[in-house]
Design a protein around this ligand. Structure first.
Ligand code: HSE
Length: 302
């Protein structure tokens, strides 16, 4: 029986001011193997993140993505065997749901004769995720700028010209994206909109030109972080400690609760400082040092 294996990068979205638009693929991966079965069952093997939590039922997010493609291309499938090796923690702002969706969509497309293009799959992934900022880098790699035109996403991607460390401090607690979005205001003052759009433009320019010293200003945000900060215990200490340890800036990764610092040197000092900031608020945390992943999802027949 044919088995498809896909490797999907973690992603960080928003990057401060670029709410629902900017995303970065990170060198941290989930692997997924999908095999079609002749019998009407779902077999699931999970190692790493999500073990014992992801349900072995057809309504888990990977199966939903697989069925979305099969339905679109008219492919009938009885059962599935899924094997997941997950590094990306669930509900921590590192793109675990985007990785699950993208992994399922790309594996299903390959199993059913590759009838859909990468862009078709980008549209389906955005529809499932609700916004394009995590799924774009998960698919295309690098740093992505995505927009919505009605319900259709489009994007541009680039690689920064020189290495950049992204230090992610991952606290032990979860924060659902839905909860983190529920605290955001519907309307914002015009000066806050101007504050963010000017910084988003500066952020993209600084990243694309490797002028990372501008990141300290370019990572500032007024559209989502002030409202989300109360949901992330320890954030008010982690951010200044990361900067004191040499980071250009430190922001919420996606919808949180992980916090991500950007730096060119001393990533371990920064990571340790960030963990200390969480710990002094009685929050257990760990950190990982990542870089920008050039490639998005990769497929290999097994
Ligand atoms: N842009 C999204 C948010 C990313 O901040 O809510 C989370 O998926």
């Amino acid at each position: 029986m044919k088995t498809i294996k896909v490797k999907i990068p973690a992603t960080t979205a928003n990057c401060g001011p670029g709410f629902d638009s900017i995303g970065i693929a990170c060198t941290y991966y989930n692997e997924l193997e999908v095999t079609e079965l002749d019998t009407d069952e779902i077999q699931l093997e999970v190692s790493g993140e999500g073990e014992g939590i992801i349900p072995a039922t057809r309504d888990n997010i990977v199966c939903q993505a697989i069925d979305k493609v099969f339905e679109r291309v008219g492919h009938t499938c009885k059962g599935l065997r899924l094997k997941m090796e997950n590094n990306i923690p669930l509900a921590r702002g590192m793109g675990s749901s985007a990785a699950a969706i993208v992994g399922g969509l790309f594996a299903a497309n390959e199993l059913s004769g590759s009838k859909l293009t990468r862009h078709d799959l980008f549209e389906l992934a955005t529809e499932m995720e609700g916004h394009p900022d995590n799924v774009a880098p998960a698919i295309f790699g690098g740093i992505t700028v995505s927009i919505m035109e009605g319900d259709k996403p489009s994007y541009l991607r680039f690689m920064p010209p020189k290495p950049l460390y992204m230090i992610v401090a991952i606290p032990e607690f979860h924060l659902a994206t839905k909860t983190a979005r529920s605290v955001l205001p519907i309307q914002v003052p015009r000066e806050d909109a101007i504050f963010n759009l000017s910084r988003t433009a500066l952020l993209v320019t600084a990243l694309s030109q490797g002028k990372y010293e501008y990141l300290s200003q370019a990572l500032e945000d007024k559209l989502h972080q002030p409202y989300r900060m109360p949901l992330i215990k320890g954030m008010e200490d982690v951010v200044p400690l990361a900067k004191e340890a040499g980071a250009y800036g430190c922001v919420i990764s996606g919808a949180g609760p992980s916090l991500i610092a950007f730096a060119e040197k001393n990533p371990d000092d920064i990571g340790q400082a960030m963990v200390k900031g969480f710990n002094q608020n009685d929050v257990e945390a760990r950190y990982v040092v990542l870089q920008v992943a050039e490639k998005g999802v990769r497929i290999s027949p097994k």
